[in-house]
Design a binder for this molecule. Sequence first.
Ligand code: FES
Length: 111
Amino acid sequence: MRDLHGPARRHARALLLVARPCLCRLQPLQDAFAGLGAAQCGYCTPAFLLAAQALLAVEPRPSRAAIKQALAGNLCRCTGYLKIYEAVELAAARLRGEDATPARETLYGHA
Ligand code: FES
């Protein structure tokens, strides 16, 4: 990684942060995906986590459009994408130190 510079270095660092084993607790993105049901079968989840981690490494407050753009190369056949986008937004807020909780509609749907 010493030979990398700029965005390539930040992306490599993000990948290392996701890949670093931590048996004691989930990372913020993992926790948000699990909490919001953004991962079901799990085929797509590793790639979404890596892409989201890379995004948050360079953009701590991404817009919904930026999240969609960053994750556009990944396909999910189970959840749709709304919960995935919401999980990234929740993790981003928590990583910024905000006391973020998901909206009731996010957890239980609309009445
Ligand atoms: S959770 Fe199954 S494909 Fe995404």
